[in-house]
Design a protein around this ligand. Structure first.
Ligand code: GTP
Ligand code: MG
Length: 211
């Protein structure tokens, strides 16, 4: 899939910041549903359609008097697609890690996801932990306190949310974007990366003697 930033349209709207976020976690935890709730304020219940490979949504917001273009990458939780998502980790400014409060398996896999972020992204990256589906209390397998304790241990912010009812969804995205902007400007980071690439010394090889 192409990068939406590759556009060369001269009429493109101006943004103070362009921020890339990724949502990750086990399959069926509700990643696509959380993005739909945040970007379109909708929830499609009923039959479940698994994300294939990787997808993205765009949302433009204003925060701290800045015009921000959010590019939100939706990854597939299914194992066979995981390598595709990893290729996008490096360019992401922040990660939303999702588990399902009605699935202890999805909670037990959190160490794996955090390790994946640490080994595939840079030191600037921010993350937030989310326990989704807090509307189905009768099927709960993970107590809220367990989520809180885990997040505290890992030193990351935690929310219980519901994509279905919209509970805390805006709060999650807003917190993560603010957290990113508090520590750096993603635009500056891209410039730094670009300048690093330009200043990589070119190794001079020994000139081959001509016959
Ligand atoms: P993959 O694309 O396979 O990784 O799954 P996903 O994490 O994107 O999950 P998806 O958003 O497709 O949701 C999986 C199932 O959970 C669907 O049947 C959704 O309707 C349901 N679901 C998602 N969020 C919620 C929620 O907040 N509450 C309830 N009750 N169901 C939810
Ligand atoms: Mg999905």
């Amino acid at each position: 899939m192409g990068d939406p930033d590759d556009s060369t349209n001269e009429n493109e709207e101006y943004f103070d910041e362009k921020i890339k976020l990724m949502i990750i976690g086990e399959t069926r935890t509700g990643k696509t549903s959380l993005i739909s709730r945040y970007c379109k304020n909708e929830f499609k219940g009923g039959s479940y359609i698994s994300t294939i490979g990787i997808d993205f949504q765009i949302k433009n917001i204003e925060l701290n008097s800045k015009k921000i273009r959010l590019q939100i990458w939706d990854t597939a939780g299914q194992e066979r697609f995981r390598n595709i998502a990893k290729n996008y980790f490096q360019s992401s400014d922040g990660f939303i890690i999702v588990y399902d409060i009605s699935s202890s398996e999805s909670f037990e896999r959190l160490d794996y996801w955090i390790e994946e972020i640490k080994s595939n992204s840079d030191e600037f990256t921010k993350m937030i932990l989310v326990g989704n589906k807090c509307d189905i209390q009768d099927q709960r397998q993970i107590k809220k306190e367990e989520g809180e304790e885990y997040a505290k241990k890992k030193n990351i912010k935690f929310y219980e949310v519901s994509a279905k009812e919209g509970t805390n969804v805006n709060e999650v995205f807003e917190y993560l974007v603010k957290d990113i902007l508090k520590s750096y400007s993603p635009n500056e980071k891209y410039k730094k990366r670009a300048s690093k690439m330009l200043t990589v010394p070119i190794k001079k090889g020994k000139k081959k003697k001509c016959c």
